[in-house]
Design a protein around this ligand. Structure first.
Ligand code: ASP
Length: 592
């Protein structure tokens, strides 16, 4: 037996026991004649001790040790002289009788400590060493617990976990596909699933009325902190349901996770908000509800006073930033530069300060009397000492710019506390999004999402503006300004689905070629159905209080989609290329 106990297990009540531990050397210390080794495994750290007069074999080995050596230690559990209250095993130590090196280790390229000296790239290259550190270990533990609890809840509600294939025909979710060449079918490619969307719908046709899967999805899109080319969803689908049934069921899942993983009780129903309201008041389809600072439209209040910038704008909106009336000229200038960055997209910034002495000061004093400015302040629900920020332009773009500024000011004021959770359902999204560049509609969620029944007339009309107004029977689950889940009631009627493909610009033949199997299945008795998927990595990161999902994935990719540890993607040799009937137009790789 390599070990009788783990390194996190022994307590004072075990004193006197003969034990064997195994693990990695965290630290070696000498104090007078005493020699200490901290031995670490997944479960914790236990102190080993011997003095210079201890067994010869032990002291000989001690002298050879380095960090991260793998050891087996035998000895007796004893009460410690100086206890360490910071670790659960801090009351005891092991008086060594035997020490065996199971494997030596070269010096690691960074310290395996909670606060490490290793940079991000180095840690990514040696991910298996980084994973030895507590922050990552705890992140993966959290992920494990969340997956386990999700399975318990869903199993308890009659959901069956069913696997769907990875080598498939494309399922569009709005990203590029990763594709895999088929050796046995020259010139043909599989796509990796952007989601199991069509398969879960087929499972509904097959009668498996409650399906879920914790499943890997693949999307070839530009990456950022909360995106990876392969990521995990808790993917779910139900038959014979309306939107309300779906929301109730998965609100239950989220509450279960809060309770069992974070020990937080959410008894009240989650807030709900229509998409239009989210945009109007938060400038985003994923509002962060941890703070107010709502956007208010003031177009009517500011036009007709001779200020041409506002007069010519389609929309003027504002937020009141609490307690910031003392912003200096320099700070306002800096903020103005900030809002003009392409990521924010505003053309400029007008301010109104509600000073604590009751006076009011703005960058448009020339055009507006104090009375008029006070009126604006009222509409914006501003209070004394608030700084009102005003932007104008195209309605949607300005709302989004105000929304981005709202989040920035929330950050600056410390209003986005990661230990506070504000869940929200956003619903009634537009079904379609018009793209000026390609002059066509795209599905806002995906092309299998049902239009709301009351919008069916518009859905069948050829009027572009009417189509743009059709609402989808869809919903997103939003947590602290992050979209964690999304889904919809699906189209289950092949005629309605055909119309959708037509709106999206597919010819009959194209639709048949790409989605024929689904359309065909719908002819054989498809039940009304709907579902959703949670972005599992994001969910874990939010529960862990982090913004980046990378720590919650054992082996993530970097910003360029590279696995820097394994050095993938990589070139394949000519023989393999030939077998796959592939030639590359990429510049020739450097001879290695
Ligand atoms: N397949 C969708 C997605 O990946 C989720 C859903 O509609 O159930 O976003």
């Amino acid at each position: 037996m390599y070990r009788t106990h783990t390194c996190g297990e022994l307590r004072l009540s075990d004193a006197g026991k003969q034990v064997t531990l195994a693990g990695w050397v965290q630290r070696i210390r000498k104090m007078g004649s005493l020699n200490f080794v901290d031995l670490r495994d997944r479960y914790g750290i236990t102190q080993l001790v011997t003095d210079d007069n201890g067994p010869r074999e032990v002291t000989d080995i001690l002298n050879q040790l380095g960090r991260e050596y793998v050891l087996q230690a035998k000895g007796i559990v004893a009460e410690r002289q100086s206890k360490n209250s910071k670790i659960p095993t801090g009351d005891i130590e092991i008086k060594l009788s035997k020490l065996t090196i199971l494997n030596p280790a070269v010096t690691p390229p960074f310290t395996i400590e909670d606060q490490t000296d290793g940079g991000e790239d180095l840690r990514a290259k040696y991910r298996y060493l980084d994973l030895r550190r507590n922050p990552l270990k705890n992140a993966l533990m959290l992920r494990h617990t969340m997956a386990l609890e999700a399975r318990k809840y869903l199993d308890g509600n009659n959901f069956m976990e069913i696997e769907t294939p990875c080598l498939i025909k494309s399922t569009p979710e709005g990203a590029r596909d990763f594709v895999v060449p088929s050796r046995m079918n020259p010139g043909q490619f599989y796509a990796l699933p952007q989601s199991p969307q069509q398969f879960k719908q087929l499972l509904m046709v097959a009668g498996y009325d409650r399906y879920f899967q914790i499943v890997r999805c693949f999307r070839d899109e530009d990456l950022r902190a909360d995106r990876q080319p392969e990521f995990t969803q808790i993917d779910c689908e139900m038959s014979f349901v309306e939107r309300e049934d779906v929301l109730q069921m998965f609100e239950g899942l989220v509450k279960h996770l809060f309770k069992t993983v974070l020990h937080k009780d959410f008894t009240a129903p989650f807030l709900r908000m229509p998409y239009d309201e989210a945009l109007a008041h938060y400038g985003s389809d994923k509002p962060d509800m941890r703070f107010e600072m709502l956007i208010h439209e003031i177009t009517k209040n500011v036009q007709g006073k001779g200020f041409s910038v506002f007069d010519s704008a389609k929309y003027v909106g504002a937020i009141a930033v609490p307690g910031c009336a003392d912003y200096s000229r320099k700070q306002i200038d800096e903020l103005t530069e900030w809002v003009k960055r392409p990521q924010v997209g505003a053309k400029g910034l007008i301010y109104i300060k509600l000073n604590t002495d009751g006076s009011i000061k703005s960058s448009v004093d020339k055009f507006y009397s104090p009375e008029e400015l006070k009126n604006i302040a009222e509409v914006v629900e501003a209070k004394e000492n608030d700084l009102i920020l005003v932007m104008c332009g195209d309605k949607h773009k300005t709302q989004v710019a105000l929304g981005t500024t709202r989040l920035e000011m929330g950050n600056r004021l410390g209003l986005r506390d990661n230990s506070i959770y504000k869940p929200l359902w956003v619903y009634d999204f537009p079904l379609l999004e018009w793209d000026d560049e390609t002059q066509r509609f795209y599905a806002m969620h995906h092309p299998f999402t049902a239009p709301k029944p009351e919008d069916m007339d518009k859905y069948y009309s050829d009027d572009k503006y009417g189509l743009a107004e059709v609402k989808a029977n869809s919903y997103d689950f939003v947590l602290n300004g992050t979209e964690v889940g999304g889904g919809s009631i699906r189209i289950h009627d092949s005629k309605v689905q055909h119309r959708m493909f037509e709106i999206l610009g597919f010819t009959k033949e194209q639709a048949e070629y790409r989605f024929g199997f689904l359309m065909n299945a719908f002819k054989f008795g498809a039940p009304p159905h709907g579902g959703l998927a949670f972005g599992f990595d994001r969910f874990c990161a939010l529960f862990g209080g982090q913004d980046t999902i990378r720590d919650y994935i054992a082996f993530p990719k970097n910003n360029m989609g590279r696995d820097v540890m394994a050095d993938a993607p990589s070139y394949i040799d000519d023989v393999q290329m030939k077998e796959l009937y592939i030639t590359s137009t990429a510049p020739k790789q450097e001879e290695k």
